[in-house]
Design a protein around this ligand. Sequence first.
Ligand code: SF4
Length: 338
Amino acid sequence: MSLLHIEDLHLSLRSFEGEAHVLAGVEIELQPGEIWGLAGETGCGKSVTGLSVSRLVNTPPARYLGGRILFEGRDLLTLDERAMRELRGSRIGMIFQDPSTNLNPSLRVGEQIADVALEAGRKAPEILDVDAKAGRGERRRAARALAAKMLERVGIRDAAQRARDYPHQFSGGMRQRVLIAMALVARPRLLIADEPTTALDVTLQAQILALLRELVAETGTAVLLITHNLGVVAQICSHVAVMYAGRVVESGRMDEVLRTPQHPYTRALLAALPHPGLERGRLSNLPGRVPDLVRPPPGCRFAPRCERAQADCDQGPPPRVACSPSHQAACRHLEGRS
Ligand code: SF4
């Protein structure tokens, strides 16, 4: 059984212009310990997919039209809010892009991490390393000690002292480390990280990604890393799913997909990446825009921007084709096959 299987997920969102079919058959499957990059341009449905797994999409205005989100065999779309609250934080951790909006400004950071540890420790006392019958005070002390340990683990000096500080006393990079500590203190089985390094400079970004990779390897946590940056995918991910206009167009092992991309969209994204040795003025860009999802193209949603498009590309969503046992692409005219 997979840890997470997003199966043919469809979601629409009501807007002034009409109902936008924002997710149109998303398919992703994660095994324990894998780090999946969910990549694509802004507006392709990456964040809505991540929020759907945490069940943080507001319905309405959104509406699930079909599909399932199986986590440890249970369909998250059928769980009530109480059951979801039990999972969030303890089994499914989350890190979002802007650390300043995800930390409570009026609470010491150590207390915020300790609260998550305490909650997780209710069901799994081994997290706090205390006896199952331990009293409230003992558990709170253990949770505070664990919070300080996690802060130290994510590279914050004088962790015990800094645990008493408030979020505004930390820099942006340090706040992001605090969020990582908070997300991993409960040893979740799955971590959803939405653009966790986008607001940081490149050096800090590399440090945070290395830290994240190290920590998830220690805990065996699987990660769904949402990013628009294929460079980030190459640094940390074992697998990647490339999304376009609400569909996964290519997916598989990261090294295969990035070394031998098959889908015209993935190729175009990679061609638009700067790299050493690139001649000045030779960086290519992808013309056009993500389509209007209220009135999407009838077949392949990439057709209006695709150099390989042919008449039959309008005839329904392109089928997923296995390029290898660990690599798939959804296109009717993959190179060498048509
Ligand atoms: Fe391009 Fe057609 Fe493939 Fe879509 S199905 S990516 S339009 S060739």
